[in-house]
Design a protein around this ligand. Structure first.
Ligand code: UDP
Length: 415
């Protein structure tokens, strides 16, 4: 099959850990590579955000990344990209006139708009599938006025869901939200994200700790990841005489690079009197993460909400017990009392209690970590995710097309 992946802001070539580069980049890169291993040809279309990028870069055997001109060739925050989706669609459609895909898979709602528009612009359009990665309705519920998404997301996003031939939800919670938005149940496939089981392994060196216990957070540093909750939990543990350090990986720039969220978290650590226990490491390339995961006694993921969350899978693949908020994708991936412990979101005392349980019973933490490794091996390899995704593509190809009908999705938007 010829497969087009459309990922407007999240290139597989990007550095991870900044505000707009995380799980979606990993997902598109790993899914495309695993589909190519199954014999498919994959082109990933992303917005050109740097004038020096060549038009096409071969990312892996069978996977090309195509940079499409849409807006200034520089970084533009993803919430300011909507006006450029029509240009992105036009550039993609131009490529499809010479390289016609069988399937086009949009990632994030704005890519969905561009995908539907590009499909409508060519004869014999591909089947259109959509993965949202996050839903505006959920973001708005949790972030309220702090949500910087364009206002149009409210109606354009559900429209993408209703018009795509098939929607891939990454967890059961998202499938439920999609149904509420009017997406027919029989057009939804639930397929999780995966994890690189060879890269993230329990065996191998771990970094040296600076205190008897190490608690680890990895992720894009945005307030909704709940890092502040864990800093507060560490201060409660310190007050109880538990000598743990908290290592926080991620951020818009290496530590000291002026990322406002890093500054906010440093101030929070100071306010809770745990500056000497909290290390804000900044961005770490994924290639260097395995020994960091292996150095942790516990990995904590305490978001307010989480569309999927690849970090807990990486922690489980590394054989670590996970303390996770029971929200979104984490409800499916982390099994309470089997691979980790669930806690309510925004509850530092519950996080402190769960970390404490695991630090005080290392044999139990090891058991949970080993069970986590077995769980990701059986369910979350990218090969399995790619096989399930291929099945969804074939289902979409067999059914009558919805996506090409209905004209321009982004019509009138910012032009
Ligand atoms: N990540 C990384 N370096 C960093 C911070 C994060 O490589 O400094 C990676 C991390 O390993 C994971 C991804 O970014 O693969 C974050 O994905 P997740 O789904 O957990 O969160 P999202 O970014 O989608 O909110």
């Amino acid at each position: 099959m010829r497969i087009a992946m459309i990922s407007e802001h999240a290139s597989p070539l990007a550095t991870l850990g900044g505000v707009d580069a995380g799980g979606q980049n990993v997902h598109v890169a790993a899914l495309s590579t695993a589909l190519a291993r199954r014999g498919h040809q994959v082109r990933v279309y992303t917005r050109r955000d740097d004038a020096t990028l060549p038009r096409t870069v071969t990312f892996a055997p069978g996977v090309d990344v195509v940079h499409v001109a849409a807006g200034a060739p520089e970084h533009i925050p993803k919430d300011a990209l909507l006006p450029h989706m029509a240009a992105l669609a036009a550039g993609i459609a131009e490529d499809w006139r010479v390289w016609r895909p069988d399937v086009a898979h949009g990632h994030f709602w704005m890519s969905g708009l561009a995908t539907l528009d590009a499909a409508a612009a060519i004869p014999e359009p591909p089947a259109v599938l959509q993965t949202f990665h996050a839903l505006g309705v959920v973001k708005r519920r949790h972030q309220g006025p702090a949500d910087t998404s364009p206002r149009e997301r409210e109606w354009l996003e559900p429209d993408v869901g209703r018009r795509a031939d098939r929607v891939v939800a990454t967890c059961s919670d998202e499938a439920f939200e999609l149904k509420k938005l009017g997406v027919q149940q029989d057009r939804i496939s639930v397929i999780p994200c995966g994890v690189d089981l060879d890269h993230f392994r329990p065996e191998g060196d771990g970094e040296a700790k600076r205190r008897p216990y190490r608690v680890l957070i990895v992720g894009r540093l945005v307030p909704r990841k709940g890092v502040g909750t864990v800093i507060e939990a560490i201060s409660q543990l310190a007050a109880d005489g538990i000598d743990a350090e908290l290592v926080i990986v991620g951020g818009g720039a290496p530590a000291g690079g002026g990322d406002p969220e890093l500054t906010r978290l440093a101030e929070l650590a100071d306010r809770f009197g745990v500056t000497d226990r909290v290390e804000l490491r900044g961005q770490v390339p994924q290639s260097d993460l395995p020994p960091v995961y292996r150095s942790a006694d516990v990995v904590v993921c305490a978001p307010w909400y989480e569309p999927f969350g690849i970090v807990p899978l990486e922690a489980m693949a590394s054989g670590r017990a996970v303390v996770a908020s029971s929200v979104g994708g984490l409800i499916d991936t982390v099994v309470h009392a089997r691979t980790g412990l669930h806690v309510p979101p925004r509850d530092p005392t519950a996080v402190a209690g769960a970390i404490r349980e695991l630090l005080e019973d290392p044999a139990r933490a090891d058991r949970l970590g080993s069970a986590g490794r077995r769980r990701v091996e059986s369910r979350y390899s990218w090969d399995r995710v790619a096989a399930d995704t291929e099945r969804a593509y074939r289902t979409a190809l067999r059914r009558p097309r919805l996506a090409a009908a209905g004209g321009s999705a982004a019509r009138g938007v910012g032009r």
